[in-house]
Design a protein. Structure first.
Length: 180
């Protein structure tokens, strides 16, 4: 994945870890370091890491492929929300936010007066409180949940208590990271 690719056009990107949105100019040479969850983490010749959205894959010479979202096989369920959140990745760590232990709480409630319409509330944290990527990760989670059938409202909140620690990483996440 470490090929050097000049961007074929200017592209909006999110600086990692600050979360600052910027434009990488056409011709900027990048190297893809991670492509998980429908986004690309690139190291740019101008310095630093950036997250590029799936719809901009053509700028790095890749095909723009519609993102596969979980397909509901039956009615809405909390399990479907959890599975959807497994599609959200920290751009610096190749583990999804569920297996990384960033999801502290998930609640689903029926919308009053609508028996098969739901509100979803997620409380999540980050591996470090100073990480500027929090709003971007929360927005990604919110968007994915909102796309689920039956979801009328999705609220993803960043919380800091209790502080995150590596003991929260799942067995699957530990295996991916090579932690025993």
């Amino acid at each position: 994945m470490n090929d050097f690719i000049p961007l074929s056009r200017s592209v909006e990107a999110t600086a990692i870890p600050s979360g600052h949105v910027t434009t990488l100019p056409e011709g900027t040479v990048v190297s893809i370091t991670q492509s998980l969850g429908g986004t690309y983490t690139v190291h740019a010749s101008i310095g630093g890491l950036y997250r590029i959205a799936a719809q901009d894959a053509d700028a790095v010479g890749l095909d723009v492929v519609p993102q596969a979202r979980p397909v509901a096989d039956g009615p809405f369920s909390e399990a479907l929300v959890w599975e959807t959140l497994k599609g959200v990745y920290d751009p610096e760590i190749p583990v999804n936010i569920v297996d990384l232990g960033l999801i502290y709480d998930l609640k689903t409630d029926v919308v009053e007066g609508a028996s098969d319409t739901y509100k979803v509330l997620v409380q999540m944290t980050l591996t470090a409180p100073g990480c500027g990527m929090g709003p971007a990760l929360a927005a990604d989670a919110r968007q994915r949940i909102s796309e689920l059938p039956g979801v009328a409202e999705a609220d993803v909140q960043l919380v800091w208590d209790p502080p995150w620690g590596p003991e929260r990483i799942s067995v699957e996440g530990r295996e991916k990271l090579g932690i025993t």
